[in-house]
Design a protein around this ligand. Structure first.
Ligand code: ZN
Length: 95
C-alpha cells in the first residue's frame, strides 16, 4: 500500500468514526445508555436507535453487527463510543 492510499484509508476511518461519535452522543443525550442492573459495573446496555426494541450489551466489546463486521474500526461502534462517553460523564459527576 502506498502513502496516498494509506492516507485515504486513515481519512475514511476518521470519517466513519466521527459519524459514529455523533450518533453516540445522541444515544447518551437521549438516555439510551445505562449500566446493567444485575452485573458488574463494566457491563452497559445501549438501546438501538435503528432497530426498535433491540438492546446491545457492551462490555469491552459490543454485540452489534457493526462491531463484529467492521473490524477496521477496531470495535468502536456507536454503542462502544456511547459507553465511553457515558462512563466519562459518570466519572466526572463523582469527582
Ligand atoms: Zn455496537
Amino acid at each position: 500500500m502506498d502513502m496516498a492510499n494509506t492516507n485515504i484509508t486513515q481519512v475514511w476511518r476518521i470519517e466513519a468514526l466521527y459519524a459514529r461519535l455523533e450518533r453516540a452522543r445522541e444515544l447518551v443525550a437521549s438516555g439510551k445508555v445505562y449500566q446493567s442492573p444485575n452485573s458488574d459495573s463494566d457491563r452497559y446496555l445501549v438501546e438501538s436507535q435503528t432497530h426498535k426494541g433491540a438492546v446491545y450489551t457492551v462490555t469491552d466489546v459490543c454485540t452489534c453487527n457493526d462491531a463484529s463486521i467492521r473490524h477496521e474500526l477496531t470495535g468502536l461502534c456507536k454503542h462502544m463510543l456511547a459507553r465511553i462517553i457515558y462512563g466519562n460523564q459518570e466519572h466526572e459527576e463523582m469527582s
